[in-house]
Design a protein around this ligand. Structure first.
Ligand code: PLP
Length: 489
């Protein structure tokens, strides 16, 4: 914001004085106030030119300029709001007024930085074609060629045999549990370090979650802690019905170890790959190791349909059953007959069209996010207090979000203070997901750690997600880096 003392005038100023002030301040605008200091109008070069053309002389006062209602904003307006208003009114300056309508500051377009956001949609050039095709053929209602196409194309992309397009990733996890016959009183093991949508479906089915800590190598489910839980549960006669493994922030979990345990204890795996579409573990796509894999196309994910999800499996019968359950479980009868509980979980043909377009640009989105992460890591490499999320050599992360942990033994800067300092520069950073075993919702649930102390508690206390959108420019990437440098120095 800019100081305004040198651009305030009253009606007693002359046209000449006004021109001189415009010239000196170089702001292209003056603020005319009344005796009480209340804003009456703004004045530009053009206003003065029109006064002169109407016969006024340079020594005449500004008193004939009429009061108008200038565009103003309050003190709490955000950059994004102000920029939107400037675009809408086609202006480059907006005064800030206090509660009494007295000007206190001036916003200039060139000083306003659009907010650098954590993760936002990034459309390609094909989405519209698919959606328009749906309109042209009136395939608006649920199902249609885009749904079939999206399912097949996604399954081919990740190397799975079958896929069902659904209304959300959460719906996909829910159906996976339903299909594994998870019910009241059953136990489901689940990564603790995740978003709540991984675990909510366990509760939908009336089952009991048992949470598993992360390991230091992947920040995802610790096989050591998982085995402790499997052993305990099996020994006490309550073999878990499923293991929900999350590939958080685009990094895969240690799938060799986890699949070996799944086999040893005969408990099926559901992979929550909502954040890891496009990521590989030893050359194979995340989501294709377990009995089921789940993807999300929510607005913040690496590709989006504005909202949606996909359930994949190599078992075609189970995916057929998922399609059946997701369309209200209607029995094959000439009328509406139902024997099982169903859901309205199917993806619409319009949204699947967006998905087909997004799938075409997925590889470039993964590359862009990986570049963002690399730029942060190399740009900030001199700071020893920063521990970047691990990327084992055998894996290929999609770097959905760039995550860094601030070692409290090497810096005083906490996630909270970093997030707030970046917010002042209009940069959005966020805490990492708060682990499930720490959530009030899951109070009292059992939790297994690898060591004495909980590693994901440490991550929650120390780690931050940085802006990571694939449409973030290098200039913006560098701005975030230089702001972090300032804060850490
Ligand atoms: C986004 C997300 C989900 C849920 O996906 P929706 O499509 O939003 O329902 C599940 N798990 C994780 C880890 C997620 O990030």
């Amino acid at each position: 914001m800019t100081n305004i003392d040198n651009i305030k005038v009253t009606k007693n100023h002359t046209l000449k004085q006004a021109l001189e002030l415009l010239d000196q301040s170089a702001k292209s605008i003056l603020l005319m106030v009344d005796a009480a200091g209340v804003l009456m109008r703004t004045i530009t070069d053009g206003d003065i030119r029109r006064q002169l053309l109407s016969g006024k002389s340079l020594d005449d006062s500004l008193e004939d300029l009429e009061k108008s209602n200038p565009v103003v904003v309050g003190l709490d307006a955000t950059s994004d709001e102000i920029l939107a208003l400037m675009d809408q009114r086609n202006i480059n300056q907006i005064p800030v007024v206090d509660g009494d309508n007295k000007p206190v500051e001036l916003h200039l377009r060139q000083n306003l930085q659009p907010r650098i956001q954590l993760s936002i949609p990034h459309m390609g050039e094909y989405e519209r074609q698919f959606v328009e095709e749906a309109f042209a053929t009136n395939w608006i209602a649920p199902l249609g060629p885009n749904v079939d196409g999206f399912e097949k194309e996604l399954a081919d992309y990740v190397g799975s045999k079958h896929a069902a397009a659904l209304s959300s990733g959460t719906a996909a996890i829910h159906l996976a549990l339903r299909l594994l016959d998870v019910g009241s009183g059953d136990i489901v093991l689940c990564s603790s370090f995740t978003f709540v949508a991984s675990a909510n479906p366990i509760l939908y089915q009336g089952a009991t979650p048992v949470f598993i800590d992360s390991d230091q190598e992947t920040w995802n489910m610790s096989p050591v802690a998982l085995e402790k839980a499997l052993k305990d549960c099996c020994e006490s006669g309550t073999k878990p019905k499923a293991i929900i493994v999350v590939h958080l922030y685009g990094q895969s979990a240690d799938m060799d170890s986890i699949m070996a345990l799944s086999k040893k204890y005969d408990v099926p795996v559901v992979e929550d790959a909502a954040e890891s579409l496009g990521a590989l573990y030893k050359g194979k796509h995340t989501g294709t190791f377990g009995k089921f894999g789940v993807f999300s196309f929510n607005g913040n994910k690496i590709i989006t349909t504005s909202g949606g999800g996909m359930l994949i499996s190599d078992d075609g019968e189970l995916i057929d059953k998922a399609r059946f359950l997701s369309t209200q479980a209607r029995d094959p009868a000439p009328y509406y007959e139902h024997t099982e509980i169903g859901y309205n979980y199917r993806m619409s043909n319009i949204l699947a069209g967006i998905g087909r377009g997004q799938l075409k640009v997925l590889d470039s989105r993964v590359e862009a996010r990986r570049e963002v992460f690399d730029r942060y890591r190399s740009g900030l490499s001199r700071f020893e207090c920063l521990d970047w999320s691990p990327q084992p050599e055998t894996d290929y992360s999609n770097c959905w979000l760039s995550v860094v942990s601030l070692n409290p033994e090497k810096t005083e800067v906490s996630p909270e203070s970093l997030i707030q300092a970046l917010a002042k520069s209009n940069i959005e950073a966020r805490h990492v997901w708060k682990p499930m075993h720490m959530q009030p919702l899951f109070k009292g649930c059992r939790y297994y750690t690898e060591e004495e102390t909980s590693f994901c508690d440490y991550l929650f206390d120390t780690a931050v997600c940085l802006p990571s959108a694939s449409n973030m420019t290098q200039v913006q990437n560098d701005m975030v880096i230089s702001e972090i440098e300032k804060i850490l120095d």
